[in-house]
Design a protein around this ligand. Structure first.
Ligand SMILES: Cc1cc2nc3c(=O)[nH]c(=O)nc-3n(C[C@H](O)[C@H](O)[C@H](O)COP(=O)(O)OP(=O)(O)OC[C@H]3O[C@@H](n4cnc5c(N)ncnc54)[C@H](O)[C@@H]3O)c2cc1C
Length: 504
């Protein structure tokens, strides 16, 4: 039994766990990561993340490294019918979208995880133990004991942490311990994932992702990175899963696009896509993040993105509780904020699934007519508001992610504010804030910045406000038109040693 009590134990070193480890490393929290596998899972699941997620990697100091292994995808995703006519497009923005980068990024998951793991090596306060499986959790008033098996030696030992975050995936042990029931959003469908590496240029393959909404066999085509290409293929009634993953059958399925002379098979696996959200992401010192808390069909490429948003929401709250003396009620705002947000993304993925997965020819004809095939509607990723939590205001954009403008000195905003709260406002409104508000800002290390930068000023003008209060995860905590309103919205900040007021 070790006598050390870590601030945080992270169970699972997938995308959620490794990103949380980087963020907690930056906050200086003593962190232990426990992962049962020896190495990064060698085959990719996720291939896409969005601009907000790149911004989280940027906060973790890893944007440049992530850019070396990913490519921006500017042309979004096309939903085509069986005739190849486009029904709907999920758009993409140019190289500088709202987050100061492209809206879509494509990558090979093992390479991304490797870059993120290298990032963790920067932190002496983060220990990583692979081949260590957590077997059981024992909750005490001031800590959690984790029973851990070293899979190399077979020895079992116990470690302690003040908080445990289960980033332990779809079959989460932590979720089982919490006993969290699942809300089922209705979609459960097996799909075959077929990855290939091109041996030669195949110019007919598009750069953008295509959803082939063909009722005879719905399929998705994705340009990943380099010579990697993916087809996701819906299983139809009567399919034999064992036969479907045989090489001959795989090449037959993708014959219209590619053949074995042009590409090598990397893998073929059948996954069942789910749409579920756990109810109960926290009990006391136990928390859930990523696939342990929710799963979405990948039609928007958003499952891992949601995992990264979870840990971005959670990291600063854990730091505020463990280092800043904030009440641990702050951690209740994690699920109340994140659950409705991820719900909005999963709902949209399920609705897109209804478009893609139509297998009745008549229903497909009606769908095509409704979408006026050939005159595609273009939509962008939603930017849902957080659920009730640490923010104040009646309407959007409060509770939404703040964009990342470029500052007058050429830097992007996040570089100027770091992992802190920030108040950005006109010199006049900042001067009107009361002394107690200033004292609170000082106590919390709030970065106060006069919004003299044209892009920042333009945003404030467009909202018809004089100041915006941002959280360390870049979500908007409040807007103000006057010093009095600035005092008012600052009350939502997590006062040290006090209970947190949750926005109803
Ligand atoms: C076909 C497919 C395509 C996808 N495409 C995309 C996409 O393009 N974009 C996107 O954003 N998302 C996508 N996703 C979803 C994405 O892959 C997942 O949401 C993401 O990997 C979840 O990360 P995680 O860290 O929460 O869990 P995981 O990656 O599952 O990691 C959990 C880790 O916990 C470890 N673990 C579990 N139990 C224990 C224990 N008791 N002790 C120690 N370690 C333990 C496991 O070994 C594992 O390493 C896709 C998913 C699929 C299936």
């Amino acid at each position: 039994m070790s006598t050390t009590t870590f601030d945080v134990a992270i169970i699972g070193y997938g995308p959620a766990g490794v990103t949380l480890a980087n963020l907690l490393g930056q906050y200086g929290l003593s962190t232990l990561v426990l992962e049962k596998d020896a190495d990064i899972y060698p085959l990719p699941r996720a291939i896409h993340f969005d601009g907000e997620v790149m911004r989280v990697f940027e906060s973790a100091g890893l944007r440049a490294a992530v850019e070396t292994i990913s490519r921006p995808g500017l042309t979004g995703m096309h939903f085509n019918n069986a005739q190849g006519e486009t029904l709907v497009i999920r758009g993409g923005t140019n190289a500088k979208g709202p987050h100061g980068c492209a809206t879509n990024h494509y990558f090979h998951q093992p390479e991304l995880e490797s870059v993120l793991r290298q990032g963790v090596q920067r932190f002496a306060n983060v220990q990583v133990r692979t081949r260590h499986e957590v077997l059981a959790l024992d909750e005490a008033p001031d800590h959690v004991s984790l029973q851990v098996k070293d899979l190399a030696s077979g020895a079992t030992s116990s470690v302690r942490a003040r908080y445990v975050v289960g980033c332990d995936g779809a079959r989460s042990l932590v979720r089982k311990v919490l006993g969290s029931p699942m809300t089922d959003l209705g979609l459960h469908q097996p799909w075959l994932v077929f990855d290939v590496r091109l041996k030669t240029d195949v110019p007919s393959l598009p750069d953008h992702t295509v959803q082939h909404c063909d009722p005879a066999r719905p399929m998705t085509y994705c340009n990943v990175t380099g010579n990697r290409r993916r087809w996701e293929i819906m299983l139809m009634p009567g399919d034999d899963p064992a036969e479907l993953v045989q090489a001959e059958r795989l090449w037959q399925l993708v014959r219209p696009w590619v053949n074995p002379e042009q590409a090598d098979i990397e893998r073929a696996v059948i996954y069942t896509f789910h749409s579920i959200i756990a109810q109960g992401w926290r009990r006391g010192r136990l928390l859930l993040a990523g696939d342990a808390a929710h799963q979405t069909p990948p039609f928007l490429g958003q499952g891992m993105c949601a995992a990264i948003r979870d840990v971005s929401n959670l990291a600063w709250k854990l730091a505020a509780v463990l280092q800043g003396g904030a009440s641990d009620e702050l951690l209740d705002s994690y699920e109340s904020e994140r659950s409705p947000h991820v719900h909005a993304f999963i709902d949209l993925a399920v609705r897109l699934g209804d478009i893609i997965q139509t297998t009745d020819p008549q229903a497909a004809r009606e769908r095509d007519a409704k979408f006026k095939a050939g005159q595609p509607t273009i939509f962008e990723f939603p930017a849902p508001r957080l659920g009730p939590g640490v923010w104040q205001g009646d309407a959007a954009p409060v509770g939404q992610i703040f964009p990342q403008p470029e500052l007058a000195d050429g830097r992007l905003l996040d570089q100027a504010i770091g992992l802190n709260f920030a108040v950005l406002g006109t010199p006049e409104v900042l001067a009107q804030a009361s002394d107690p508000t200033r004292a609170l800002w000082h106590e919390l290390g709030v970065v106060v910045r006069e919004a003299r930068d044209p892009q920042l000023r333009a945003w404030l003008d467009a909202q018809q406000v004089s100041a915006v209060l941002l959280r360390p995860d870049r979500y908007i905590a409040g807007l103000a038109r006057s010093g009095a309103e600035l005092d008012q919205v600052s009350q939502c900040l997590p006062h040290l040693h006090e209970a947190v007021h949750l926005t109803a």
